[in-house]
Write a protein that binds this ligand. Sequence first.
Ligand SMILES: NC(=O)c1ccc[n+]([C@@H]2O[C@H](COP(=O)([O-])OP(=O)(O)OC[C@H]3O[C@@H](n4cnc5c(N)ncnc54)[C@H](OP(=O)(O)O)[C@@H]3O)[C@@H](O)[C@H]2O)c1
Length: 231
Amino acid sequence: MKIGIIGAGMIGGTLTRRLSGLGHEVFVANSRGPESLRELAKETGAKAVTVKEAARAGEVVVVTIPEKRICELPKDLFAGVPGSTVLVDTGNYYPRHRDGRISEIEAGLPESRWVEKQLGRPVVKTFNNIYAKHLMEKGRPASASDRIALPVAGDDPEAKAVVMKLVDELGFDAIDAGGLDDSWRQQPGTPVYARDFDAEGVRRALAEAGSKRPAEFQATDKSPGTYAKPA
Ligand SMILES: NC(=O)c1ccc[n+]([C@@H]2O[C@H](COP(=O)([O-])OP(=O)(O)OC[C@H]3O[C@@H](n4cnc5c(N)ncnc54)[C@H](OP(=O)(O)O)[C@@H]3O)[C@@H](O)[C@H]2O)c1
């Protein structure tokens, strides 16, 4: 499958490595341009491209950049891209550590609904609740007893099925976490966040989630601070 990846950091770099390793044709972009991705391209066989090329390259396009930088993406990024292209959002809102205040999210809009609004296209939310290192190293065959499960939320059943298949190929059980309005159940600070549960554990954690955003993930007047010193 042809897969565009916008963002080549912890998650984008990991997905470039893993998906290329599975034989997918990956087109990867960052903010600094293809030249800065020469090493990653050489290592993985992925093609380093511009952001606009990545948006047009794939049957699936993964957007994996810090939440606050989503607004920097070109407004016409997906103009002319077929409606059948599946967009994946891996993002998390870290107001106190990195992103600063995003008022609509603070007011209760699920993070991926906000991303979808900025991109002007529906998204499927997944990979947001697993550490990049675990995504790199902890994929297991379907038969393994220690297989981690990942929630996948999205409104379009066909798009969600495409993403769930990719999650499975990467070595994780894909759990249907409902529509995007339910995706707050896998946001930072929820029971499923960064816990590496199995399928039953993910279902239980999603059901147990409370809708109030934890204070750690609410902006303050001083936000953003840093990871070392959140504000
Ligand atoms: N790290 C994790 O373990 C983890 C796990 C799950 C989810 N997430 C979430 O996934 C998202 C990505 O996280 P990350 O840790 O992979 O971030 P990261 O390591 O900081 O990498 C960010 C990437 O985004 C690119 N980027 C930033 N602004 C851009 C723009 N305007 N256009 C194109 N590319 C741009 C950067 O390119 P340049 O370097 O060229 O600027 C860089 O390649 C975040 O929302 C994060 O919260 C992270």
